[in-house]
Each structure stands twice: as structure tokens, then as C-alpha cells.
Design a binder for this molecule. Structure first.
Ligand SMILES: [Mg+2]
Length: 229
């Protein structure tokens, strides 16, 4: 593959673009080479920390600097800590994302939180639904790590995602103002460009999903290259 021209930095989606099912996709190394090493990974992952994603990538034989990984879950937590230092937060999220929030000084609680954050919580339950929906109705700000309702699983199955959990909360609360951090919203694209120090016109987004990677890039006038099926 030739180098990308007229581009100062590349944003790579992760699943379906560089890796799939824990292994590197056949074109992953060529894509990384074509970016001349000036790339960041922007993923809607709402479950893992950057360290965990780094280790998944390393297991697949891909090397990337840890600080160049932008994940929707981590980004959402980072945003809350930045905007509302020490905020009280209810999180429907993985243990590692919850620990990350604590390291940033956020206070995890189900009692009158300032923020309700929804990630990919594999332990999501009726109680989670009840406490998060009622916290939002009591005035907590609702932040959704990504809007994806499912991602493809093996043999035509679907894997429930963050957006499906968020939809159940919104089904209880009715329409309420909320923020979505992951693609196609601008958050992770902007964070990736900040890391690369590039402008939209000189940035290339490479992804497999026109609905998230493509639509989000178009909204910011970032160039888009689709890979995969
Ligand atoms: Mg993808």
C-alpha cells in the first residue's frame, strides 16, 4: 500500500478495521505503514482502559503508543473529571472503567449523583436500570459512552452494546437531554486530532463503518477511507 498523500495524520477505527476477534486483519500492517506512523486509534470501546486496549493490540501483533489510543469510555470519564472535578457519579460500566474514574478523583455513588455515565456494562441489571433512570429524573446529567446498540457477533448473532443499555434508560425517563461521546459524535475524532496536531483537511479517518466512522468524519470534514466488507 502507498503512503497516504496530503495527510498529516490518520485516525484508525479499531474493531473491523485493524483487528477482529482478537487477531490483526490482513491489511492492518499495511494501513499502519501507509500512515507513516502518524496515527491515533479512535474506538467506540466503552468497556476497556487504554492499557487494556493496548494489550489487546499487542496480542494481535500491532504496536501503538498507549497515549495514541482514544476510547469512547475512557474519553467520557476523562471529560466528566475535567468538567466537573470530584463529581458524584453513578456508572453502569466495567470494573476497569469505574476504577479509572476513581483514579481521576470522581466519587462513585448511587446516591444523588451529578452524572450518570453509561458504558458497556456486562453486569447491567434491573437494579441498574432503576437507579440510573431515577438519578437522571432527579437531575443528574446523562452521558452515554457510545450510541451503538449492537456489534456483530459470530455466526450472524449480535452482541449488545452501550446504546442498547442507554435506550432502556431513555425508555424509562422519556426524552431527556444527554450527551453521546463516541462516533459519529465529534468527541473522539477531536481528541484524536488533538493528539496528532492535525486539521480536519489534513486528517484521514480509516474505518469499516460508514454510519459511525464515515458519518462522523464527514460532519467534521475529515477525509474518510472505508476498509473491510
Ligand atoms: Mg469498526
Amino acid at each position: 500500500m502507498h503512503e497516504f498523500h496530503d495527510i498529516d495524520g490518520t485516525l484508525f477505527d479499531l474493531d473491523g478495521t485493524l483487528i477482529s476477534g482478537g487477531t490483526a486483519l490482513p491489511w492492518a500492517h499495511d494501513l499502519i505503514e501507509a500512515s507513516k506512523g502518524r496515527f491515533a486509534v479512535v474506538t467506540n470501546d466503552a468497556e476497556h482502559t487504554a492499557e487494556e486496549i493496548l494489550s489487546m493490540m499487542q496480542d494481535a501483533g500491532l504496536s501503538v503508543p498507549r497515549e495514541m489510543i482514544v476510547a469512547a469510555g475512557v474519553e467520557a470519564v476523562r471529560l466528566v473529571a475535567e468538567e466537573m472535578p470530584g463529581a458524584k457519579i453513578t456508572m453502569a460500566a466495567s470494573r476497569s472503567l469505574r476504577s479509572y474514574a476513581e483514579t481521576l478523583g470522581l466519587h462513585l455513588t448511587d446516591i444523588r449523583p451529578d452524572v450518570v455515565l453509561i458504558g458497556r456494562d456486562r453486569q447491567f441489571s434491573y437494579d441498574t436500570l432503576s437507579s440510573t433512570a431515577n438519578a437522571v429524573l432527579s437531575g443528574a446529567e446523562l452521558i452515554i459512552c457510545n450510541p451503538d446498540r449492537t456489534h456483530p457477533g459470530p455466526e450472524g448473532t449480535v452482541v449488545p452494546e452501550t446504546g442498547a443499555l442507554a435506550a432502556s434508560i431513555l425508555a424509562c425517563t422519556g426524552p431527556v437531554q444527554h450527551r453521546v461521546i463516541g462516533k459519529p459524535e465529534p468527541g473522539v475524532f477531536l481528541a484524536g486530532m488533538r493528539l496528532l496536531g492535525t486539521t480536519p483537511k489534513r486528517t484521514l479517518m480509516v474505518g469499516d463503518n460508514p454510519e459511525t466512522d464515515g458519518k462522523g468524519a464527514a460532519g467534521l470534514q475529515i477525509n474518510f477511507l472505508k476498509v473491510g466488507c
